[in-house]
Design a protein around this ligand. Structure first.
Ligand code: HEM
Length: 369
C-alpha cells in the first residue's frame, strides 16, 4: 500500500531534531542552537517572552525554523479570531472546497487530485473571508489570490540556503507581490490594523492550513476506506505532521532552563512534532507513536494539543479555531469518500513541512450520501 514517508527516517533538519535526545534541553551543535525537548521547558520558552524573544525576521540561516520568514510579526501580537469570523471562514471553506472538487472533476476527470493545489483557493478564500468580513466578496477573492501570489513568491526566499540578497530576483519578486497585496488591503475596509499586519495574518493563515489539510488527506489516503472520527483524525494529523514543526526564540539574557545554562543571544527551538512523540503526552502503545491512529484520541485520559501544534503564550496561533474548523470540515468530506494515495508521499522541509507529492484518487464511499 502507498503511504506517507516517515519523519523518523527523514534526513535534513527534521531528522536531526528527531534524533536528538528527548530529555531536557539539548544543544544541536557545539554552540547551539538549543532544543527545549521537554513539555515544561518548551512551554517556558514560548510563554516567557521577556527572556525568550520572538525574532522579527527569521530566515533559515538564522534559526533553522523555516516557518514563516518575512511574514513573522516581530513584537506585535494578534487577537484571536472571533466566533463570527470563524463561522464565516468555515462556511466559505465548505463552499469553495465543493467547488474546487467539482472543477477538478469537470476539467481533469480521471487525473489524480493534488492536495497542495486543490486546497489553495478554498483555504485562501476561507481565511480571507474570516479576516476581512466587511470586504465585498469580489474584492475578497482578489485579496485571496494576492495572498497566494505572495506566498508563492516567498517560497524561494525562505527555501534558499543563504538569504538571497536584497536586490536579487527572488527578493524583488517577493517585494512586488507583498506590495501588490498591501496596496489592495490599504484601500479595503480592514480589521483596523496596518496593511502589512493584515498581510502577515493572511499569509500565516493560508500557508499553514493548506499544508495541514494536505497532510490530513495524505494520512487518510494511506488507509483508504477506514472509518475515523473527523476530529480525532485532525488531532492525529497535527500530532504527527504539524506544519509548523519547529519554531524558535532568541534569549535576551543568560538563562537557566531545566538546569542548563544558555547564553544570551542564543537560539532556542521548540518542536511540536518532537513533543507529539512523547509518550507522556500521547495515549496508546508507546511503540506505536510514529503511526497514524486517530482512535487513540477516543480516550478521555489525555487531552489532544499538549504538544503545542498551535504554539503557546503571546505568539500562539490567533487562527487556531478557524484552522481546526477548516480541517474538521475537510475530514468530514473525506469521511464520505474513499481517498486513495496515488503514490508514496514524501516530506518537503523547505518551508515548515508539507507533503510532496500528495496526490490521490477519490471514490464515493459505499453507503455514503
Ligand atoms: C491548522 C492550521 C494552523 C496551524 C497548525 C497553525 C500553527 C501555528 C503555530 C504553531 C503558531 C506559533 C508559531 C510560533 O510560536 O512561532 C502560529 C502562529 C500564527 N498563526 Fe497559525 N496555525 C494555523 C492556522 C492559522 C490561521 C487560520 C490563521 C489566520 C487566520 C493563523 C495565523 C497565525 C498568525 C498571524 C501567527 C503569528 C502569531 C504571532 O506572531 O503572534 N494561523 N500558528
Amino acid at each position: 500500500m502507498r503511504h506517507v514517508g516517515s519523519a523518523e527516517s527523514a534526513g535534513g533538519r527534521l531528522g536531526a531534531v528527531l534524533a536528538a535526545p528527548r530529555s531536557g534541553v539539548v544543544p544541536l551543535g557545539s554552540s547551539g542552537p538549543w532544543l527545549a525537548a521537554t513539555p515544561a521547558a518548551a512551554r517556558r520558552v514560548l510563554t516567557d517572552p521577556a527572556v525568550f524573544d520572538f525574532p522579527g525576521d527569521v530566515t533559515r540561516s538564522g534559526d533553522l525554523s523555516g516557518s514563516r520568514g518575512d511574514t513573522r510579526s516581530g513584537h506585535v501580537t494578534f487577537p484571536p479570531l472571533t466566533p463570527d469570523q470563524v463561522a464565516a471562514g468555515v462556511e466559505t471553506f465548505a463552499r469553495e472546497w465543493e467547488a474546487a472538487v467539482a472543477a477538478h472533476v469537470r476539467e481533469l476527470r480521471g487525473e489524480p487530485y493534488d492536495a497542495m493545489v486543490l486546497l489553495r483557493r478554498p483555504v485562501a478564500r476561507s481565511t480571507t473571508a474570516a479576516v476581512l468580513p466587511s470586504v465585498d466578496a469580489r474584492s475578497r477573492d482578489e485579496v485571496a489570490d494576492l495572498v497566494l501570489a505572495w506566498i508563492d513568491a516567498l517560497a524561494p526566499v525562505i527555501a534558499a540556503r543563504r538569504p538571497p540578497r536584497r536586490w536579487s530576483r527572488a527578493r524583488r519578486a517577493e517585494h512586488r507581490a507583498r506590495l501588490a497585496l498591501e496596496d489592495v488591503l490599504a484601500a479595503a475596509p480592514g480589521p483596523g490594523q496596518p496593511p502589512e499586519l493584515t498581510a502577515t495574518l493572511l499569509a500565516a493563515g493560508v500557508q499553514v492550513p493548506i499544508a495541514a489539510g494536505a497532510w490530513l488527506l495524505a494520512w487518510l489516503g494511506g488507509a483508504p476506506g477506514r472509518t475515523v472520527d473527523p476530529v480525532h483524525a485532525v488531532w492525529e494529523t497535527l500530532r504527527l505532521t504539524p506544519p509548523t514543526w519547529i519554531t524558535a526564540r532568541v534569549t535576551t539574557t543568560a538563562v537557566d532552563l531545566d538546569g542548563v545554562t544558555i547564553p544570551s543571544g542564543a537560539v532556542v527551538m521548540v518542536s511540536p512534532l518532537l513533543l507529539g512523540r512523547l509518550e507522556t503526552l500521547v495515549p496508546g502503545d508507546p511503540a506505536g507513536l510514529a503511526g497514524f491512529d486517530p482512535d487513540r484520541w477516543r480516550t478521555a485520559d489525555q487531552r489532544p494539543g499538549a504538544w503545542l501544534p498551535f504554539g503557546a503564550g503571546p505568539h500562539a496561533c490567533p487562527g487556531r479555531t478557524l484552522g481546526l474548523a477548516q480541517l474538521v470540515r475537510l475530514a468530514q468530506w473525506a469521511g464520505t469518500h474513499v481517498i486513495t494515495l496515488s503514490e508514496h508521499v514524501g516530506i518537503d522541509q523547505s518551508r515548515g513541512i508539507r507533503p510532496s507529492p500528495c496526490r490521490f484518487t477519490v471514490a464515493p464511499r459505499e453507503g455514503g450520501p
